[in-house]
Ligand binder design. Sequence first.
Ligand code: ADA
Length: 636
Amino acid sequence: MRTFINLNKGWKFTKEGVTTDVDVPHTWNGIDGQDGGNDYKRLVCTYARKIARPEMTEADDAYLEFKGVNSSCKVTFNGKQVCSHDGGYSKFRVRVTDLMQDENDLVVEVDNRKNETVYPQKADFTFYGGIYRDVSLIVVNKNHFDLDWFGGPGIKVTPTVSGSDGKVTTEAFVTGEGDVRVTILDDKGKVVAEGGNKEELTVKDVRLWNGRIDPYLYTAKAVLSVGGKAVDEVSTSIGFRSFEIDPEKGFILNGKSYPLRGVCRHQDRPKIGNALTREMHDEDMALIVDVGATTIRLAHYQHDDYFYDLCDKAGMVVWAEIPYISRHMDGASPNAMSQMKELITQQYNHPSIVVWGLSNEITINGAGPDRLDCHKKLNDFCHSYDPTRKTVIADYIVTRVRNKLNYVPDVVSYNLYHGWYLPFFKLAGVKLDRFRKAHPNTPLGLSEYGAEAMPNLHSEKPRRMDNTEEFQCIFHEKYLDIIEARPYLWATHLWNMFDFAADARNQGGEPGMNHKGLVTFDRKTKKDSFYLYKAHWSKDPFIHICGKRFVNRCGESTKVKVYSSTATEVELYNNGKLVGKQTGKYKFEFVLPLEAENKLEAKCGDLVDTSLIRKVDSPDPSYKMHGKSVNSSWEK
Ligand code: ADA
């Protein structure tokens, strides 16, 4: 049976001639990739460590496994280059059996420099260099489930639904020889079906994977035996579900309408960039569950395996994509293709994933015919390699509805920022309606929409581009109306669940960041717009007074807004006296005559929230942004 030896600890890291001791996951430009300098370290660094010969016999193979090295690397084992890899977000492995000694030198040269061949090179997020996900040594019998094919798990499991039964076929890829037996287990570990490689197995009265309602998972376990002796075993969670994407009815899960309303997720965190722990992934998922989303667009690259597992378990419907973004590079199509092949090979078994994203805002820069050609090739590849899922692109706001690229994928979504970068919210609806008219048979979605918000910036008169928490709420209230008026939208993904680093930006008084998150970069502050979405999406009863950070206000009166998921009538009290009673849904607005100190209480039955507002003589200068925001100078 295979064993995994974790190699995360004890690396010598060399950057610009200086060597230090580090553990991975590690990033070398976590800090200066978040400071708005636009000159963060994109260079070549090396990681080196010793590895003792693991316990292994003549009958075994040894593989090194890297889960994420950004963005290109060369791996040298005992002085010999054993592999190179281009693409910073996918897993890769290399066999090192024949070079194994008692003590071994492993050197990984990681290259994060600009180039014209590896995606991404231009995007609104920081490209963190480093070995930022786990590294392992795998010892496995020479006869084993494949470890060489594009980082895949060695089994491709395809569950389908037929009446009340589940059907499942497992295709095992074997290096060497042996007999494959497949067992399907329920969540209690009880065997519910058994058979051989490529055999269709039946799971009687199957319990479906039903999104957030009931994300039930089975396990598919494959055992490889030689001469009756088990030599290798792999297992994967699987879910039985069917889905359709309909241009009129939107998303249909297991035969029923299941509106996909959710968020895009960037993964990075303050200082450490993408070098995340499992607890951090868990925290992200808990917040996304809390807001009540049913879907996540995992932008703009392949996320950690662990996060796709979390999506399966939470019942999130997922859009997975490669970092083919912002600028098509002639000659880099093979890299886009290989990143797509890795993504599908590595994540095929996840029931949560329903679409493969081909590209994002790829028309933002000019390109020749190679771009359309690349999309067609990617699209054909996805369909032939994985006939069970659909393809999608995320269009740039000004991409014309009849752009040739919009005829390539099965499904199209638009990134719309009307009301933020451009004036007039209503033009977002106009664009969606225009697309629908031009493409009545293509399901349409919203892949991004969002506005910046700093928890320290506030205004009584919020305006476009003012970066206040109040304007972000107005922006999203408007988009929720636009979405509600268009139930056909197959999925909507707001931009973004979390603030994230985009080194070239200088916005909202904190350079190096994109602040369109509902939650701050450190995951510690839920902005008011978080509660707007929670009110619309979640069934958890709550009541939330907005503007708690907008304490000092001047004038005779002020506006107080309350969001709630369940309330139909909200009472607002100030210093114990009733200010007013409002009926409605999700949003309740009051005008509050200001007293010197205002201890507010919003109430609906047992639900209560409190807040404090102070009357001041002149506007608090700390709520106003100083200096100008620069929006547009992305990664060059
Ligand atoms: C684009 C892009 C995103 C995001 C957004 C923004 O739409 O796809 O990566 O950063 O812009 O905030 O402007």
